[in-house]
Design a protein around this ligand. Structure first.
Ligand code: MRU
Length: 348
């Protein structure tokens, strides 16, 4: 089992995703500031993993505080949450997790809880999120497996696997679910420029599980689809708007349009913590723009001429009309998504 992140007595331990697949090394964060830095630099990445990391960052901030009472800790709690919330803007799981810690803290304050109780409650809450995330991935795997072909090629983009969650994965959870149920799927992993989550991370974790995987450059998907080698596409999501528009790794939109053109189903697997019904359409989703160096350089080597203009949005939005179904831990949603989301919503 891949340990993407883990709460330990010494701090939060992360597998360093910037070093994979060639080096399997771990980083220990002993302060909430370090957790924030680890999220920004993508040592940990993937929407659900970012959310749980932030919750553990809050727990670490409380554990390390010099405050003596809950009241004294309250302004520091606000600062901790603000720093962690400022790390990456697109994955709504980050804000979902921090909001959950805020709700908990407000309740504990109202109950007059002492600081030791707060510290313990924060650790327990982040561990509960961790367990819930794995359970959600397994449930998505079970629902999504039904939608996978009995035999054939399945394309995925980016890494929505164990490394992007607390374990098992969303899109890769669906693939794992299919393989566990005896389906003979062959995975095509888009390399996913510029950070290469597909080539480095998806390939690494699927090979570790013995799942047949082929890496392809992002610009090869169209010809493989045309050649009839891809029977389904499954990807993860960073945020799903109320109308079913899906923000995910840059390049996902292109894959969805290609899938439609070739009559291939395009599935999105995501937990409810990725669904943001307060954002009505994809136009309202903030898209992170990352540093130009991710595009200009690779492995420390410059690829582009000095001074050339660079565009590096980390995500794009796939309009709901291209999404065949959204696989969640509660079941499979179909268009029209406003209605299916409303019907399946925990608050409905
Ligand atoms: O920039 P990243 O690597 O954090 O982007 C990750 C993705 O886009 C994933 O597909 C998404 O977060 C879903 S992870 C289960």
């Amino acid at each position: 089992m891949i340990l993407t992140l883990e709460w330990t007595n010494e701090g939060v331990r992360f597998i360093d995703q910037t070093k994979l697949p060639l080096e399997e090394t771990y980083v220990l964060a002993t302060s909430y500031q370090q957790v924030a830095e680890i999220i920004v630099t993508m040592v940990v990445r993937g929407a659900p993993a970012i959310g749980v990391s932030a919750a553990m960052g809050v727990a670490l901030g409380a554990k390390e505080t010099k405050a003596a009472t809950t009241e004294e800790f309250a302004p520091e709690f606000v600062q901790i949450c603000a720093l962690l919330a400022g790390t990456r803007p697109t994955a709504v799981n980050l804000f979902w997790a921090i909001d959950r810690m805020k709700v908990l803290f407000a309740r504990l304050q109202a109950e007059g809880a002492d600081l030791a109780t707060v510290k313990k409650a924060f650790v327990d809450e982040s561990l509960a999120m961790y367990d819930e995330d794995i359970a959600a991935c397994k449930a998505m795997g079970a629902y999504g497996a039904e939608l996978m072909p009995d035999e054939g090629g399945v394309l995925t983009h980016c890494n929505a696997g164990a490394l992007a969650t607390c374990g098992y994965g969303t899109a890769l959870g669906v693939i794992r679910g299919a393989v566990e149920r005896g389906k003979k799927v062959h995975v095509f992993a888009d390399e996913t420029r510029p950070f290469l989550q597909g080539a480095r991370l998806t390939a690494w974790e699927l090979m570790a599980d013995g799942i047949d995987t082929t890496v392809l450059c992002d610009n090869m998907a169209a010809s493989l689809m045309r050649a009839g080698r891809i029977q389904a596409v499954v990807v993860g999501a960073d945020r799903i708007a109320a109308n079913g528009d899906v923000a995910n790794k840059i390049g996902t939109y292109g894959v969805a349009v290609l899938a439609r053109e070739h009559g291939i189903p395009f599935y999105v697997a995501a937990p409810w913590s990725t669904i943001d019904r307060a954002t009505l359409t994809g136009d309202g989703i903030p898209i992170e723009e990352r540093a130009a160096v991710e595009v200009t350089h690779h492995g420390g080597k410059q690829l582009t001429p000095h001074g050339v203009g660079i565009c590096n949005p980390a995500f794009d939005v796939t309009p709901a009309k291209y999404v065949t179904a959204i696989i969640t831990e509660k079941g499979v949603l179909r268009a029209p998504y406003e209605q299916s989301l409303e019907a399946m919503s925990p608050t409905a």
